[in-house]
Structure formats: C-alpha cells, structure tokens
Design a protein around this ligand. Structure first.
Ligand SMILES: *Cc1c(COP(=O)(O)O)cnc(C)c1O
Length: 348
C-alpha cells in the first residue's frame, strides 16, 4: 500500500530542473557578497515582494528571528496572533535570543486579527511600567488557521495601526505565494504595507532549503549582521539559491493545483460523519478539521490513519491537519478519503 503523506508541503523534493540548476550553479563566497546565484535570487525575491533588497536565510525560522532581532531591542514587546507560528513553533527564539516579550491577540477566522484588539494591545508610550511595542507580526497564509489568507486590505488596516503607534510590521509570509495565487494578486500587493516579509522556498515551492527575507536596503544591511551572528553566513550557498530561482520561475502558478486538491479533500471530509470541516472556509493548501468527541481524541484517528497508510499531523487534541502539495494528485486525494472513511468506521 502506497503511503499518502499529508503531513506538510515541506516534504516536497527538488525537481529535476532544480537539481540540474544546482549542479551547474555559479557560486562564490556569500559572506563577501560574491555569490552570483545568491545575489540574483535576492534581487528577484525583492522584486517579487516589491522591496528594495533581499537576504537568503537557512530557514523560515531564521528569517523571522533575524527580522525580530533587526527591528527590536531587549525588553521590547512584540504583538502577534495567539496562533502565530513565531509563538508556537520557533522554540521561543524571540524571547530567548531577541529578549522580546510576546503579547498575543486572538487570531480570528482565517487568521485575521481584529484591529480593535490590536489597538488595545499596543502599549501607550511614556509609562516606565510598560515595555515599548516595537513590532507587530502578521502571518500570511496562516498555518494554524487552516491556511487562511489576509487580503491587501486586511494587511493595510493592521499595518496602519502599528505604524501610527511607531511600531514596525513584519510579515511571516512563509506561504505568501499560496495567498497570492488564492487571491489572484501579485505577492507584492500583500507585502506593500509591511516593513519586511520573509517567505519559504522549502515548502510548497519544492526547494530543498531556504527562505528569503525582504525589506528596505537599510533594513537588509542591518539584518545581514544579525544573520551572521546567528550562524547564517553560508558561503557557496548559491547551490541552494539556484533551486530557489527555478522555484520562483516555475513553481508558483502550480500552487493552484494544491488549492484545488485541498478543496476536493475538504469537501470529501465534510461528507464523512464525525468530521467537522467547512470546505468554503478553505482558501489554500491546508485543511484543519475537528474530530467529534465521540470518536475520542484525534490521536486515535491519527493512529488508525497511520495503519491505513495516511500520514497527517495534529494541531490540537481534537483536530487534524492535512496539507496538499506537489506529490499529491487528485487520485491520491480520493484514495485518502476512502482510507479516512475506513479509519473512522474502525473507531465507531
Ligand atoms: C514553516 C513555517 C515557518 C518556518 O519555516 P522553517 O523553514 O520550517 O523554519 C515560519 N512560519 C510559518 C507560517 C511556517 O509555516
């Protein structure tokens, strides 16, 4: 039985074209700024994000951390959604390494942040009891909010409030191209009102390694030193950048297929008794759904699915997450739905 792996789009492997580009990549020492492939990737990424400059990082986690280190000082407060990847999944780097405190506001439907909640969370200046709010972090698409998308208007509304209070705005755009494809707008529209944006090459875009942080020339010049400090000066990493350039040229438009498959998956799951998902709320490639308590904790269904050869992940005790990606076809989705049905019956 073939395993159907829906744990994450990070499992996607580099294409043949990427491997050829990697083998032939022109390289140099990037710590001297002399890797032509990295320089080309950074310029191309900046152009796509509508920013002045870009910086290759080893991972999305490193991109987020470097952005926070660049924008904040020890003792500052960062406002972000209570489901933010930076808060949940980055080993508390912003507190341990940047020395910043995280202030959480609720992530609503599809990951949106209520402007009123944000305003209330920003500290008024001039009170020595309060840490200064120097940064607001947004996430698009929103990982723990089922791949929910922020529109350019959503982003502008939040950014305007932050900027009026003297705070910067960092966009964790790990899957920003999924948002762009879903909304049919250029990624630059989604990054227009934020100070910087980090996106991943290593998720649905199928690269083996890498993220790019983009912002103003001045921001990237500062970020370069922080990236060096956290060990991100990678020398002849043009071998990785070469795959990134292929990804930006050829892997973005096909994300629509992943979204169509996620929609097909959500519609099928909605028809299985005991599973709770609203297909209309699914905008990109992540499907998070609830399991009825009568079936027990989601760990039971996950174990049953594992026996059926379907791998998934669990964002909570009664929820399951499935992610579509380049290695999942429409036929795989149909096969997975059949196996989910079988696994649910086993639990009854
Ligand atoms: C995956 C992810 C990251 C981190 O990327 P890594 O390359 O795995 O470190 C950051 N933010 C979001 C929203 C993500 O989904």
């Amino acid at each position: 039985m073939d395993v159907i792996d829906l744990r994450s789009d990070t499992i996607t492997k580099p294409t043949g074209e990427m491997r050829r580009a990697m083998a032939e990549a022109e390289v140099g020492d990037d710590v001297f700024g002399e890797d032509p492939s990295i320089n080309r990737l950074q310029e191309r990424a900046a152009e796509l994000m509508g920013k002045e400059a870009g910086l290759l990082t080893a991972s999305g986690t490193m991109g987020n951390l470097v952005a926070v280190l660049t924008h904040t000082q020890r003792g500052d407060e960062i406002v972000m959604g209570d489901q933010a990847h930076i808060f949940w999944n980055e080993s508390a780097g912003v507190s341990a390494l940047a020395g910043a405190q995280s202030r959480l506001v609720p992530n609503g439907f599809q990951g949106k942040i209520d402007p009123v909640e944000l305003k209330a969370a920003i500290r008024p200046p001039g009170n020595i009891h309060f840490p200064p709010t120097s940064l607001v972090c947004l996430e698009n698409t929103h990982n723990r909010c089922s791949g929910g998308v922020l529109t350019p208007q959503d982003t502008k509304e939040i950014a305007d409030i932050a900027h009026a209070a003297g705070a910067k705005v960092h966009l964790d755009g790990a899957r920003i191209f999924n948002a762009a494809v879903s909304l049919e707008v250029p990624a630059s529209e989604l990054a227009k009102d934020v100070d910087d944006v980090s996106f991943c090459l290593s998720k649905a875009l199928s690269c083996p390694v890498g993220s790019v942080l983009c912002g103003s020339r001045e921001f990237i010049d500062d970020a370069l030193r922080w990236r060096k400090m956290v060990g991100g000066g990678m020398r002849q990493a043009g071998i990785l950048a070469a795959a990134g350039l292929v990804a930006l040229d050829s892997m973005v438009d096909r994300l629509a297929d992943d979204h169509a498959n996620a929609q097909r998956l959500a519609q099928g799951l909605a028809n299985i008794q005991g599973l709770d998902v609203d297909p209309e709320s699914i905008q990109t490639n992540i499907v998070i759904f609830d399991v009825d308590h009568e079936l027990g904790p989601s760990a039971n269904l996950i174990a049953a699915l594992d026996r059926q050869g379907v791998k998934v992940s669990s964002p909570g005790p009664y929820s399951i997450r499935m992610v579509t990606h380049r290695h999942i076809t429409g036929a795989d989705v149909d096969e997975a739905l059949g196996r989910v049905s079988t696994a649910v019956k086993e639990l009854r």
